[in-house]
Design a protein around this ligand. Structure first.
Ligand SMILES: NC(=O)CC[C@H](N)C(=O)O
Length: 283
């Protein structure tokens, strides 16, 4: 049996409140570690808060996010646990909405969002560029102070997955799951068994049902562990994010956080058997 313990969370982040957001992020990592998890997933743009709106256009917002990431990487937070942190990253002259995957005080890869949310209440195209170069990973040169502090200069940037000795893990950023060509389909054919979806999804009547159907659909035929993390509560804007972070294995929901809690940090943890993923019967 290949047993893996994974942790995801609902975080009550606030736009531009870096101190509060860091406190919640650290608490979620501590609790994931206490539970024995080796993967910790947080929500989309968790370091800055999801609803920073035009503050995303200010360089300072992105620089502060790097300072926070540096603090997390210089401490022992990422020791022995793969962490996905949500933050904006500027590459060239474009700003991307990213999941930054870190382990053992190093950045393993930066995964920019490929399908941005731009309908209903979402206006991500105003602040971010969608990553379209699917064919290859590019080198991303870390900002000088980060690179000096971490003794790491270059990070793979783009669409891909991380191959560990016993399994492969990939990010799928929120809206991508609901796109006409969700990356998880192709990734699972490449052997990815664990998907980490960092999300910023506000409450809307019956939307939870749509989400659950998407997680179940993503894993019930090919097999897979689908981790979903969401914000919970308000964040300074006009939306209420309704949590419900969860873990789905081969089409079954095995852990789920609450929808309307007032807690700042809520964890959903599960021990999963990866052998059950690769041996799912083909119908
Ligand atoms: N942040 C997003 O990508 C939002 C995606 C999707 N529309 C949702 O509400 O869940």
């Amino acid at each position: 049996m290949r047993l893996l313990k994974v942790a995801t969370c609902n975080l009550n982040q606030w736009a531009m409140d870096f101190d509060c957001n860091m406190k919640n992020i650290k608490e979620s990592i501590s609790r994931a570690k206490e539970a024995g998890a080796v993967i910790r997933l947080g929500p989309e743009l968790e370091i800055t808060g999801y609803g920073c709106e035009d503050h995303f256009l200010e360089l300072d917002t992105v620089n502060h996010a790097w300072d926070c990431l540096k603090e997390l990487l210089l401490g022992d937070w990422t020791n022995g646990i793969l962490c996905s942190f949500g933050m904006p990253v500027i590459k060239g002259s474009e700003r991307y909405n990213c999941q930054v995957l870190c382990l053992d005080r190093k950045i393993l890869m930066i995964r920019p969002k490929m399908w941005l949310a731009n309908d209903g209440n979402y206006r991500e195209l105003r602040w971010f560029t969608a990553w379209k170069q699917k064919e290859h990973l590019e080198d991303f040169l870390l900002p000088i102070d980060i690179s000096e502090a971490l003794s790491q200069t270059v990070v793979p940037f783009g669409y891909g997955y991380i191959q560990f000795l016993d399994t492969a893990v990939a990010a799928e950023v929120c809206e991508e799951l609901f796109s006409p060509m969700p990356p998880h389909a192709e990734l699972s054919l490449n052997g990815v068994e664990v998907f980490m979806n960092a999300s910023g999804s506000h409450h809307q009547l019956r939307k939870l049902d749509l989400r659950l159907r998407a997680f179940i659909g993503a894993t019930h035929t090919r097999g897979g562990v689908y981790m979903y993390s969401n914000h919970q509560g308000c964040d300074g804007g006009r939306l209420y994010y309704d949590g419900c972070s969860c873990i789905v294995v081969n089409g079954d929901v095995v852990a789920q956080g609450s929808q309307f809690s007032l807690k700042d940090v809520e964890m959903a943890v599960a021990q999963v058997d990866l052998d059950a993923v690769c041996s799912i019967p083909v119908y």
